[in-house]
Design a protein around this ligand. Sequence first.
Ligand code: BES
Ligand code: MN
Ligand code: ZN
Length: 499
Amino acid sequence: MDFQGISGNFTEAGVDALAITVFKDEKASSGALKDLDKLTGGQISAVIKSEEFKGDVGDTALLRLTPKGRLKASRLLLVGVGDKKDFKPSDIAVAAGTATRALRKSNAKSVAFSSRSDASAAEAAQHAAQGAATSQFELDKYKTKDKNDKAVNKFVIHIEGAKGGDLKNGIARGQAIGESINFTRDLANEPPNILTPTEMANRAQKMAREVGLKCEILDEAKMKKMGMGSLLSVSLGSEQPAKLIVLRYTPAKNTGKKGDLLALVGKGITFDTGGISIKPAEGMESMKYDMSGGATVIGTMRAIAHLKPSVPVLGVIAAVENMPDGKASRPSDVVTAMNGKTVEILNTDAEGRLILADAVAYAEQQGATRIVDMATLTGAVIIALGDQNTGIMGNDQAFVEQIIALGKEAGENFWQLPVSKEYSKQIKSDIADIKNIGPRGKAGTIMGAVFIQEFVDKAKWAHLDIAGTAWYDSVRPHQAKGPTGVAIRTLIRLVETSQ
Ligand code: BES
Ligand code: MN
Ligand code: ZN
């Protein structure tokens, strides 16, 4: 998709279709809507009056324009954005995505979008470009027929009175973020026979080469030498060797706090059968998404390489397949992690925490002072929070609150669950230091978190359980169903506020 910014007359953009945001209960009696109403021969006031279009979030109305003079577009889309008082800059992304998806259905190839918000031009342009980019992602990669060939290939962002430089920067940033989110979604969507741990490492390496990140892949021999017995226990039952993917972004000049290193750590289970504690067949196919946390780290690192913040960032992805086999670990096995702690594996399906244990310990060994790990870790978080909030837990309240606040700005919701010594006691093992599950049916999401916490030493740490938010079961006006790329926008903000 090509992007362009304009600040002059919206109706003069040489495109197939125009799109403009409309607040709930807004009338077409003033400003930009009034001028457009004239061009449509009063259709805007008519659809508002008849209540065909109310301006709720996700509402759209397609009107005809009669091209004449400098007006080339033949259709105008009204995009509802809800109550004006609730409207946030990040809602521009949803509106831009809704507009792009709706207009491609009517065969428009080029679209001009006017967001009419109070946000700064750079910020508005960023959200609009990101929303347009992510709206075009489809699950059709492996279709040989019926591919969606109706993509919008030119997106013009109109912001009244904006400076050219602000528009250009905002668009470049939004495009980098949007394309990186789509990169993550493409990885997450890959079938597990194609995206093995080795292939995940290859994709990360190729991306790193293209954008100028350092990439190191640790193989099983290297991990064994480092004592990563917890991580390696998960790949024992698989024909596919585990890989630890390490991505490094180093800024030209570091303006961050001296000695500070932020690490992003992701669960990259390329398929989770449950292992010997095998999962039921029904729904097992969704366990191809069990590498979404890892894909999120890879996509975020890609975005960071484009945005070039002035702080270093470390990305660590544990890529492993969890299979049952004669060599697989058994419930009751005891393994030793790289920090020396012993773990009694009581359920081989609680494998995410086993790989994250060594991955977070590795991140800290590499100098991380702040760690955010993300994982499709527990079914319990889906029961607790559904698909609207990512569960967040951590060992430093200010750090957790910072991520929640940045999430609000980015348009992503996080909800905190508690961790405490009392919960940690519940994973004490009879025969080893800790066990990988807590009491049956109790606080499953927290048990996952307090397990990972055992492998964090001094670093500030936050854990994001994205099991409910990493993919969406149905299509939305602004986005296809399937992988969402959740948390990337929030993590980018976290990196940029550390500068
Ligand atoms: N990958 C799953 C968690 C999951 C389940 C993610 C459903 C998305 C949708 C994880 O490895 C797992 O199996 N967790 C177990 C933990 C239990 C055995 C303590 C779970 O949640 O049931
Ligand atoms: Mn599992
Ligand atoms: Zn899993």
